[in-house]
Design a protein around this ligand. Structure first.
Ligand SMILES: C[S@@+](CC[C@H](N)C(=O)[O-])C[C@H]1O[C@@H](n2cnc3c(N)ncnc32)[C@H](O)[C@@H]1O
Ligand code: SF4
Ligand code: SF4
Length: 361
């Protein structure tokens, strides 16, 4: 009963926020800043994961230190509270830690998603000095499986050592991320035990998005395997580590309330966006950096102008208007048409993924 009320309250609060957001944007006299901006710091990487989505676009140009600092000044001016970095492997940028320290000095909390390989003692000390708030380190299985998936025999040990160093240094949030695929689904119990032993509190899991090396959907969980994952999550999610299912499955159909306390609508254009490697702004780091996802470039116009005037299709909830299946679906106002990146491979609909019938209006 309490759980149902909590979920309903979350849904009500979201609907008020999204309504109000859109009307504020229309008036243009008021705009809510994004709650978090993610910077795709580089597409270079020291690993070669079998599912990696960040492999398609090659960049000869990366924003310079000064260009990123200028964006941070703009974010500080509009009071964006959180700046996160991802990639590629962000720690390959020699200026990264300095940039994170700069953001913190400007009053913005920072976070980093990393494969953990470069969490050396020296880097962890510098990250502590830069007062980074949160870390997400990837672990995709136990040692053999993780190393096979990530294409590097040292990657597991280095990631685990990195997690231990972050914990010893006393960072407030050290979470683990796992992309669950047909390769590693059999190791979830073992991995869960490892994370318990490590004392990890939060475990973010997701299934593959149809991008980069995972474009052919061979690693994608569906039907029985996806059902198993959702039931397994429902059983374990409240114990340590707490399990959170990622935003690429924003609506879970029959499993929604078993697996989540609150709805998880897509944040793009409302509370979040991503600044790409060469300055083009798009919704999230997983969105292919292609023209149709770009809202403009921070090298050509102020960030606030992009934030105010861009992101129209997300704010208009275009998916549920343009997709014939979504238009006729009884759950469209819970799901809003699924994840935009999953739509790239037509893998956005939970009912189709589970192989069950979609409830119609
Ligand atoms: C793109 S990586 C960037 C940060 C860092 N290189 C790492 O591996 O953690 C961030 C997370 O996205 C996951 N990821 C990469 N490609 C994906 C895909 N096609 N579908 C789902 N998750 C993916 C990675 O496994 C990792 O946990
Ligand atoms: S998932 Fe991360 S570590 Fe793996 S290849 Fe992609 S960017 Fe590199
Ligand atoms: S049909 Fe569209 S709105 Fe309905 S569950 Fe599937 S993706 Fe979501």
């Amino acid at each position: 009963m309490l759980r149902k009320l909590r979920y309903q309250f979350g849904k009500f609060r979201n609907s008020v926020f999204y309504e109000d957001f859109n009307s504020a944007i229309k008036k243009l006299d008021k705009v809510y800043p994004p709650k978090y901006v993610i910077w795709d710091a580089t597409r270079r990487c020291n690993l070669r994961c079998e599912h990696c989505g960040a492999t398609k676009e090659e960049y000869s140009e990366e924003l310079t230190t000064e260009q990123v600092k200028d964006v941070i000044d703009q974010l500080a001016a509009i009071k964006t509270p959180f700046f996160a970095v991802t990639g590629g492997e962000p720690l390959l940028r020699g200026d990264l830690i300095g940039i994170l320290g700069y953001a913190r000095e400007k009053g913005i909390k920072t976070g980093i998603a990393t494969n953990g390989y470069l969490l050396t003692e020296g880097n962890v000390r510098k990250l502590k000095e830069a007062r980074v708030s949160s870390f997400q380190v990837s672990l995709d299985g136990l040692e053999r499986t993780h190393n096979k998936i990530r294409g590097n025999p040292q990657s597991f040990q280095r990631a685990v050592r990195g997690i231990k160093r972050l914990q010893a240094a006393g960072f407030p949030i050290v979470s683990v991320a796992t992309t669950v695929t047909t390769t590693n689904i059999g190791e979830l119990d073992g991995l869960r035990q490892l994370l318990r032993d490590l004392g990890v509190k939060t475990w973010r899991i997701c299934i593959t998005m149809p991008i980069g090396r995972a474009e052919d959907n061979k690693l994608l969980l569906k039907e029985e395997k996806l059902r198993w994952l959702l039931e397994w999550t429902a059983r374990h999610r409240k114990q340590r580590p707490r399990i959170l299912i990622g935003e690429n499955l924003p609506f879970l159909g029959p499993y929604e309330r078993l697996v989540r306390n609150e709805p998880l609508p897509c944040p793009v254009g409302f509370t979040a966006c991503c600044i790409g490697t060469d300055g083009h702004v798009r919704g999230c780091p997983e969105m292919p950096d292609k023209e149709r996802f770009r809202e403009g470039s921070v090298l050509e116009q102020p960030f606030l102008q992009l934030w105010k005037n861009g992101f129209k299709k997300y704010r208009a909830r275009a998916a549920i208007k343009d997709d014939e299946r979504c238009r006729r679906c009884a759950n469209r106002l819970d799901c809003f048409g699924g994840c935009w990146v999953m739509r790239e491979g037509n893998t956005q609909c939970i009912y189709e993924l589970l192989g069950t019938q979609r409830p119609s209006k």
